[in-house]
Structure formats: structure tokens, C-alpha cells
Design a binder for this molecule. Structure first.
Ligand code: ZN
Length: 489
């Protein structure tokens, strides 16, 4: 065997290890970038005076948010049903991403996630938003857990106290129901109760689990007791998002993005019709109920327009036409490079393993959205394991290369089949645009493809190194296939 042949394979193997490492680190940076704030496209401002939009102010307003209660699981709950039947029921689109603090940011400011730049924020806001509704009235909030959220929106009083790591005071959960009932019974203008047991059960066991059903039933029973403590107030009951059957939220699925909400009390005429609205519209109704003007820049419609069914569908972020062109051209170029370098011996080989790997992902970890917990971990072990059919195909493809073509170019050709989708979804997810790469479908797909690509690069590196070792060890003879390899290079 020609020394240069196995030497170049060894160098190629090292370069491929470097590529795998770069893709692995790139994926980690990509996921970390989800959690930064985006730029503000619609700035809030101090709210002006209330103007009649079909809904007059109420002396007392009570808001109950049942975190993580999907719409289908909110229907048929006794207390929720009674409250809705006595008022107006809405099917509310909370926007994207479906994450608790950002969704509440929409509720309290009237600006969408994309408008405020509060997209996928987990920790408390350092300062309440300038247009945070609770700051304009006498207000109080009480949360079952995760105090970072209720401490972010300017409530005059918020419990439990903000603590490191969302720690709760001793006995807080046990006393929560009674404390919440006592809070809504007070004359405070705005009282907000944030119930979190359903979301916690959803994360722990998924929306299909008995624990989720139990938590939903318990939350509904609490709602009934809260309502009974001040039946004369104007009540808004809603959720912030649903949960996947196996647990998780964050993505744009309708089942997660659409929640049940009901507005009931003095000044609200009961109707059986279910109204479609955006969360910004509901935020406007809340401001009207408190006798406060809308936030400047908020697209929320007045109540008269909402009940007339005039609210347009919520707008989700999507890739620009320019990004589609770049993504398609770049991905096609990478696929072409893979097919050309594969040569006749391999034909469509570079495309087989990625298709099988992606099929494995859908089959074993479910649809790839930001609701799927598998897309976040740094190693992506669940993704890598689910892609097993693709790994079998990749190894078979590489063996075929070693037996038929044996050139270094052919050996790396299958990798292009994995790099093309990384480029494609990375461009569509908004990488390099200076904003968090949060776009429905493409962000989650990209996380998955980057995990597949770094593993594929590593597998290709190992096979290339093995081929170098085998070639170096093989005796040189005219009938030795390895000498063909050096010629084919
Ligand atoms: Zn959650």
C-alpha cells in the first residue's frame, strides 16, 4: 500500500473528528441561543386612560391561570364549565414559543413574544415591563410554585418570596389552596392566582398520565372554591399552554398553543358561542376590566371586536423568502456534492442513512418541535439512540464504499447527506440573524440534525481511520485491493 494513501486517510480521520467536535459544540451554542432575549420590535410604554371598547371596568378582577392545562383537558371540568357557561368562552392562541413566563408577559403587556423580545425566558425579569398591567392598579399575586414568574410583572405584593432556584417556604404547597382562597376574598382590585400543579405533573409524567388528570381535577376543584370566595368579581380563567402526551411544551402545536379561557362576571353577557382570539386580545379585555388603557403598540382588539369574531389568527415567526432561497440552494449544493463524490458505485447512498435516521427520530422520540424534551440535552442521547436505523445504514454504506470504490472522497460522501439538512434548517431557524434562533419546526429539526451530523462525522472518522490501519497492514501485491485504492485516489 502506498504510504500516502493511508497517511491521507489518517489525516482525513483527524479532520473528521474535528468536524464532529465543531458540530457538537455548534449544536450546544445553537440551543443556548434559544434562551436569550430577542430585540424589541414593539416597545411598551406607560398606559393611558381607559377608553370604551365595549367592556367597562369592574371593581374587582380575579385572574386564575392554570399552568400547562391543554384545551382538550380543560373541557368538561365541572368548575371551569360552570364559569364559562356563566360568561364568555374563548379559544385563545398564546403564540410562540409556548413557555410560561413569556406567555404571561403577553397577558400582562399585550405585546407578543416576537414584539417584546421575551421569547424563551425562564428566570425572573430584572424589572417589570413598563406596560405591566399589575403595576397600574392595586394588585396581588399568589403562585403555587415558580415564584420567578409572579415576581416579574409589577404586582404590589407577590407570594411566595423570590428565592434562589425557585425554592419554596416550608409548608407553602400544603397551605397554598387556603392562602389563594383568602387572597381572592380580599377587596384588592386585581388578584392573580397562578396554579402550577398541572404543569408539574405534565413535565413529570406527561399529559396522558393519571397524575396529570388528577392534577387537572384538583386544579378545577380549587377553581370552584376560588370562584365561590368572590362570586361578584369579574373572573378570567385561562391556561398558558398545554402538554404533549409524554410531557413537554414550548413548540407551536395547536394542541399546546390553543388554550381555553373564560371571562365571567358583571358586565359580561353569557353566551354559548366559543370565540377565537389571541392572547393580546384577552390582555386588552383585562386592561379594560381594570379601567386602564391598552399598552401603546399592543395589537389587542377591543372587546366589541373580539366578540364579533374579528380577531385575526395569531402570527407565528417564519423564515423570510431570502432565507428559503439560501437554505434551498445551499442544501441542494451539499446534496449534489455528496452524490458526485459518492460516484457510480454508491449512487444515492449518501441520502439513505439520513432518511432512515430521521424516520427513527419521528418513530421513537415523536415529532420534532420545541415541545419535545429530546431536542434540548447537550449530548442528544435520546435523538442519537432513536436514529439507530440511520446508523446501521451509514455503516453499511461505508462498508460498501470500502469494498467498491475505496476512494477517500467516496468515503466522506455520506456525510454530505447529513450536512445538507443541517445547513437547510439552520438557515431557516435564523442562525446568524442576531436573534434567538426560534422558528416553529426548524429550530427543533436543526437541533436534531446537528446531533445526527456530529455522530455521522465521528462514525465516518472511525471508519476512515480503520480503513487506513487495514490498508497500512495489508501486504502490497498486484492483486491486493488496497493498491487499487491508491490508484483510485
Ligand atoms: Zn412547564
Amino acid at each position: 500500500m502506498d504510504r500516502r494513501a493511508w497517511g491521507s486517510r489518517l489525516v482525513a480521520a483527524l479532520l473528521l473528528v474535528g468536524l464532529a467536535y465543531g458540530l457538537y459544540q455548534g449544536r450546544r451554542a445553537f440551543i443556548r441561543a434559544f434562551f436569550g432575549d430577542g430585540s424589541v420590535t414593539v416597545a411598551g410604554g406607560p398606559r393611558g386612560p381607559w377608553s370604551d371598547g365595549g367592556l367597562g371596568p369592574a371593581p374587582r378582577v380575579r385572574v386564575v391561570l392554570i399552568d400547562g392545562l391543554g384545551r382538550s383537558r380543560a373541557l368538561g371540568r365541572p368548575a371551569f364549565d360552570r364559569l364559562c357557561a356563566a360568561g364568555r368562552e374563548l379559544r385563545v392562541d398564546v403564540g410562540f414559543p409556548t413557555v410560561s413566563l413569556p406567555v404571561q408577559h403577553v397577558l400582562w403587556t399585550g405585546r407578543t413574544q416576537q414584539e417584546s423580545g421575551v421569547l424563551y425566558r425562564i428566570p425572573a425579569l430584572a424589572e417589570p415591563p413598563v406596560d405591566a398591567l399589575p403595576a397600574f392598579v392595586e394588585s396581588r399575586a399568589i403562585a403555587e410554585s415558580h415564584p420567578a414568574i409572579v415576581h416579574s410583572f409589577g404586582f404590589a405584593a407577590a407570594e411566595p418570596p423570590l428565592a434562589v432556584g425557585d425554592a419554596l417556604p416550608e409548608g407553602w404547597r400544603a397551605g397554598f389552596d387556603e392562602a389563594a382562597i383568602a387572597a381572592v376574598a380580599e377587596p384588592t382590585r386585581l388578584v392573580f392566582v397562578h396554579v402550577l400543579r398541572v404543569d408539574e405533573a405534565g413535565h413529570a409524567e406527561g399529559a396522558d398520565a393519571a397524575a396529570y388528570e388528577d392534577a387537572a381535577a384538583a386544579a378545577d376543584a380549587l377553581l370552584g372554591r376560588l370562584w365561590a370566595a368572590d362570586p361578584g368579581a369579574r373572573w378570567l380563567v385561562l391556561a398558558d399552554h398545554g402538554h404533549r402526551p409524554g410531557g413537554g411544551h414550548g413548540g407551536p402545536e395547536l394542541a399546546i398553543r390553543q388554550v381555553r379561557a373564560c371571562l365571567q362576571g358583571p358586565g359580561i353577557d353569557a353566551s354559548a358561542a366559543v370565540i377565537d382570539a389571541r392572547l393580546v386580545d384577552l390582555s386588552r379585555a383585562l386592561a379594560d376590566s381594570l379601567g386602564i388603557g391598552p399598552s401603546p403598540g399592543s395589537a389587542g382588539l377591543p372587546w366589541s371586536a373580539v366578540i364579533a369574531g374579528d380577531a385575526p389568527p395569531a402570527e407565528l415567526p417564519r423564515p423570510s423568502a431570502g432565507r428559503w432561497v439560501v437554505a434551498l440552494l445551499g442544501a441542494l449544493a451539499l446534496v449534489a456534492a455528496g452524490l458526485v463524490s459518492a460516484g457510480r458505485g454508491l449512487r444515492w447512498g449518501p441520502l439513505v442513512w439520513p432518511l432512515l435516521a430521521h424516520g427513527g427520530l419521528i418513530a421513537f422520540v415523536g415529532p420534532l418541535t420545541l415541545s419535545n424534551p429530546a431536542v434540548y440535552p447537550p449530548l442528544g442521547a435520546a435523538l442519537i439512540a432513536a436514529a439507530a436505523p440511520g446508523w446501521v445504514a451509514l455503516v453499511v454504506t461505508l462498508i460498501v464504499v470500502l469494498r467498491r470504490s475505496r476512494t477517500l472522497v467516496a468515503l466522506v460522501s455520506p456525510l454530505f447527506g447529513g450536512l445538507a439538512p443541517v445547513f437547510f434548517c439552520g438557515v431557516l431557524a435564523g442562525v446568524g440573524g442576531g436573534e434567538p434562533p426560534l422558528i416553529p419546526i426548524w429550530s427543533a429539526e436543526c437541533s436534531a440534525w446537528m446531533a445526527l451530523a456530529w455522530v455521522a462525522a465521528l462514525v465516518t472518522a472511525m471508519v476512515t481511520a480503520m480503513a487506513a490501519v487495514i490498508a497500512a497492514a495489508a501486504p502490497t501485491s498486484p492483486r491486493d485491493p488496497a493498491s487499487g485504492a491508491s490508484r483510485a485516489r
